[in-house]
Design a protein around this ligand. Structure first.
Ligand code: MRU
Length: 373
């Protein structure tokens, strides 16, 4: 992602200052603010309060959180307690548990004195890996956009939901990676950005990063996608995932399922961009197995925005006294998904499709009693 003409990542370790920093995404789109994470508690809070969000980025943040905790106390007890606090911060995205388990497994055999440095370097490795997984997803998704562009005049219209963009990852994003690659290759591409209530990650974050990079886009209300598809204005849907299970069922931001239904009714291809750390090989039934995060109802009744004086503020949009409910994710059954775009290529959303691309991971899960193929 380019910001002010320079490449901008979402999290990092500044060796000169010896600090872990993040972009505070709760301040966007009004203000671009970098802030430091001094310790584990700050990392847990940043994840829970969504200063960082998006499945891959919360995984990377959790890894840094453990690295910070190992500086304070490198004991087994602190490692276990830190891991538990981090995984509990948000339950749905499997990347969080994946990153924590990877760090714990790496640190456990090490003498405590070596753990802080080892955790920091593993956190940086997880970041570099995420960038290359997302870039590969972009390479595999690009031909889908290219093929549409070759057959018609005018822009290729891609619809996306929430923010599965660079801001949800280290860079590139998952759903946006094919879009950035297409734009950078000179293809005429335009993005319909679902605003994504209640927190408006589409209008506030996806629109911000596409705008920063110069990609043409239009923000629409969440209910508009089906209407646009009926009128032939959507060529392709690209979304991300917080957890895709071994059967190919996809859990993503609330509202994704409705877009998949509308896409199927209108013969619009609906692809899910899924890096392997977002695949949960241990589960097979998306609807009954995946924990769906319930967030504070205040996110439904209070909307944050920038007022006419340029100040970030909140207003209430729900009648006083009305009950609110805030399920943060939903599950799109595999049968509604045209394909999964992974770092290893595109496959059907099915156990066979996934096991075909990832025989190593599927076999490993089956060997320890997971769902497998
Ligand atoms: O609640 P959020 O903002 O963390 O939800 C983000 C999404 O649903 C993204 O689509 C998902 O994490 C995929 S990230 C590349």
């Amino acid at each position: 992602m380019n910001y002010q003409g320079k490449r901008q990542e979402t999290i990092g370790y500044d060796a000169d200052r010896d600090r872990v920093w993040i972009i505070d995404q709760t301040r966007l789109p009004g203000e671009f603010v970098l802030c430091d994470l001094p310790d584990l508690t700050a990392a847990v809070r940043a994840i829970a309060d969504m200063q960082v969000r998006g499945a891959p980025l919360i995984g990377a943040t959790a890894a840094f959180g453990l690295a910070l905790e190992m500086r304070r106390d490198p004991s087994d007890a602190a490692l276990a307690a830190g891991a538990e606090r981090l995984t509990g911060a948000r339950p749905t995205a499997v990347n969080l548990a994946w990153a924590v388990a990877r760090v714990v497994q790496h640190l456990t055999p090490l003498p405590p004195a070596e753990r802080a440095a080892a955790a920091l370097s593993l956190s940086q490795e997880i970041c570099r890996e995420d960038e290359s997984l997302c870039s590969a997803i972009g390479d595999h998704g690009l031909p889908l956009i290219q093929a549409i562009a070759e057959k018609r005049d005018g822009p290729v219209n891609v619809l996306t939901h929430c923010n599965a963009g660079a801001l949800a990852t280290l860079d590139w994003g998952t759903a946006t990676a094919p879009i950035y690659k297409a734009f950078d290759a000179g293809i005429d591409v335009h993005v319909w950005v679902d605003e994504t209530r209640p927190r408006n990650q589409g209008g506030a974050l996806t629109a911000w990063e596409l705008g920063a990079h110069g990609v043409p886009h239009t923000v629409i209300v969440d209910n508009a996608g089906g209407h646009l598809m009926q009128h032939g204005l959507v060529d392709l849907c690209l979304v991300g995932t917080d957890r895709t299970v071994a059967s190919g069922d996809v859990c993503n931001k609330i509202g994704t399922y409705l877009k998949a239904l509308a896409a199927q009714d209108n013969n619009v291809p609906f692809y899910v961009c899924a890096p392997s750390p977002s695949i949960d090989w241990d589960l097979s039934d998306g609807l009954s197995d995946i924990p769906i995060e319930q967030r504070d109802g205040a996110e439904v009744s209070w909307v944050q925005g920038v007022d006419r004086q340029g100040q970030t503020s909140e207003v209430n949009v729900v009648a006083a006294g009305s009950a609110v409910r805030n399920d943060a994710f939903d599950v799109t059954p595999a049968r509604l998904v045209t394909g999964l775009i992974t770092e290893r290529g595109i496959c059907s959303a099915s156990s066979e499709g996934l096991a075909g691309l990832f025989p190593d991971l599927a076999r490993k899960a089956a060997a320890v009693g997971g769902a497998g193929p």
